[in-house]
Design a binder for this molecule. Structure first.
Ligand code: GDD
Ligand code: MN
Length: 386
C-alpha cells in the first residue's frame, strides 16, 4: 500500500531525528580557551585521548584568532579526529566569554573547562566526572587550595599571593566557602549552563565565579585537589588589567548585574581626559608662544586622543579595534565626542540662563555630555549596543 506523507509526518520524522541526535551526543565536552597556544594543543588532545578511555568525549578549542596559527593547528587535528572542534572568534578577546561560547556550542551532557597550556592536570578529569555523578554535585572544581592540592606552577611569589588574595576576596564577597573559587579547571552539567547563560557577565578570566554567582539557587560544589603545574610552552596572557576586570566582575555580580561597568570605565577615562586637557593646556601656555584658544584646542585634541586610546584598550578590551579599524574608530570617536561636547555646552548655557546656578548648569552639561558620548561611541565607534 502506498503511503502518502503529510506535513505532519515530515515534521514528526524530523523531531525523531533531533531526538536521536541528542541521544548520540557525547557524554563529555572539554572546552579549551586558547590564545597563542599552537605548541600545546596537539599534546593536550593526545593526553585527553589517553586519559578519557571509556568516555564518549569531544574537545572544543575556542581561539581568538591567535597570530601563531593555533586555530589552523586545531583544525588540522580535527581533520583526522572528529572529536576535535574549533571555534575561531575574530575581533574578540576574553577567556571567560570564550568559555561561554564553547559551552553553548555543545550537546554533551557534561562540560569541563581546562587551560591549553597543560598547567591543569588532565588525569583528574575521570575523577571529576565520577564525583559529579556520584555525589550529585552541580559543579566539581579542581582545587589548588584544599589539602594535598598545590599551586607550585604559579610563576612567582607575587602571582601566588595575588591568587590567594583573589580567592579570599571572592569568598568574602560571594559568601562562599570554596577553597579555590578562582580555579580555571572545573566540570559541570550542560543543563546548568543552558539556564544560566543569559545571566553570565563573560568579563575577564574568572568564569567559575561568574557561573557560581549567577545562579539563583546555591550550587552544590565538590572540590578535588590537584597540583597546578608550570606552563608547558608559550607565556601567560594575564596582565595588570586582568585584576581590574576581576574587580569589575565582582562588582557586577554583587550588584546582581546592575553595575554599569562599561559606563563606569568610560567615565573614569573621561575624568583622566580632563586632567590630560588641563596639563597640555598649561604646558602650551607656559611656552609663551601660543594664546589661550590654540592651547585649549591642543589640550582638547590630546584629551580626545588619550580618551580614545584608553577606552579602546580598557573599556572595550574584549573587542579592541586594531589597524585601519582603529583609525576609522578614532575618526568616529572624534565626531561623536564633538557632538556630545556641543550638546553639553548648549545645555549648560541654557540652564545657566534659566536658573543662574553655574554649578547645576556645569554638572548637568557634563553628565549629559558623558552619557551622550558613551551612547554614541558605543554604537558608532565600537559598534555595540549600549
Ligand atoms: N580564547 C581566549 N581568549 N583564550 C584565552 C585568552 C583570551 O583572551 N586569554 C587567555 N586564554 C587562554 C590561554 O590560551 C590558556 O589556554 C588559558 O586561557 C589560561 O590562560 P593563561 O594565560 O595560561 O592564564 P594563567 O595561567 O595565568 O591563569 C590561568 O590559570 C588559573 C588557575 O587555574 C587562568 O585560567 C585562570 O583563570 C586560572 O584561575
Ligand atoms: Mn596558564
Amino acid at each position: 500500500m502506498n503511503r502518502i506523507f503529510s506535513s505532519f509526518d515530515v515534521a514528526d520524522s524530523r523531531s525523531i531525528a533531533i531526538a536521536d541526535d541528542v541521544e548520540n551526543a557525547p557524554e563529555l565536552c572539554v572546552i579549551v580557551p586558547t590564545f597563542n597556544e599552537c605548541d600545546n594543543v596537539a599534546i593536550l588532545v593526545e593526553r585527553l585521548d589517553g586519559v578519557l578511555t571509556g568516555i564518549d568525549w569531544e574537545v572544543v578549542f575556542v581561539d581568538d584568532n591567535s597570530a601563531d596559527g593555533t586555530a589552523a593547528r586545531v583544525r588540522a587535528l580535527g581533520a583526522s579526529d572528529r572529536r576535535v572542534r574549533c571555534i575561531c572568534r575574530i575581533g574578540r578577546r576574553g577567556l571567560s566569554s570564550a568559555c561561554i561560547e564553547g559551552m553553548l556550542s555543545t550537546t554533551a551532557t557534561l562540560i569541563a573547562v581546562i587551560d591549553a597550556d597543560l598547567q591543569h592536570d588532565e588525569t583528574l578529569l575521570p575523577y571529576m566526572r565520577d564525583a559529579l555523578v556520584e555525589e550529585n554535585a552541580d559543579v566539581v572544581v579542581a582545587s589548588r587550595y584544599v589539602s594535598s592540592g598545590a599551586a607550585d606552577g604559579l610563576a612567582s611569589h607575587g602571582r601566588k599571593r595575588l591568587s590567594r588574595l583573589g580567592a579570599e576576596l571572592a569568598r568574602r564577597l560571594l559568601k562562599s566557602d570554596l577553597a579555590d573559587p578562582v580555579s580555571g579547571f572545573f566540570m559541570l552539567r550542560r543543563k546548568l549552563i543552558d539556564g544560566l547563560a543569559p545571566n553570565l557577565s563573560g568579563i575577564g578570566t574568572k568564569i567559575l565565579i561568574d557561573v557560581l554567582a549567577s545562579s539563583p539557587r546555591p550550587l552544590r560544589v565538590v572540590e578535588l585537589p590537584y597540583r597546578f603545574r608550570a606552563r608547558h610552552s608559550g607565556e601567560s596572557k594575564l596582565d595588570a588589567l586582568t585584576g581590574v576586570e576581576y574587580i569589575l566582575l565582582l562588582a557586577e555580580k554583587i550588584s546582581g548585574g546592575h553595575f554599569p561597568r562599561r559606563f563606569f570605565m568610560f567615565a573614569l577615562v573621561g575624568a583622566s581626559g580632563v586632567l590630560v586637557n588641563l596639563i597640555v593646556l598649561r604646558l602650551a601656555m607656559l611656552t609663551g608662544k601660543v594664546g589661550f584658544t590654540p592651547a585649549e584646542a591642543l589640550g582638547t585634541a590630546a584629551a580626545m586622543t588619550s580618551n580614545f586610546l584608553l577606552n579602546n584598550s580598557l573599556t572595550y578590551r574584549d573587542c579592541r579595534l586594531g589597524g585601519w579599524q582603529a583609525v576609522r574608530g578614532f575618526a568616529s570617536f572624534a565626531c561623536c565626542c564633538s557632538l556630545g561636547a556641543l550638546t553639553s555646552i548648549t545645555l549648560a548655557r541654557d540652564l545657566y540662563e534659566l536658573t543662574g546656578l553655574w554649578v547645576l548648569a556645569g554638572v548637568a552639561g557634563a553628565v549629559v555630555g558623558a552619557l551622550l558620548n558613551y551612547a554614541l561611541t558605543s554604537i558608532f565607534t565600537w559598534q555595540r549596543g549600549t
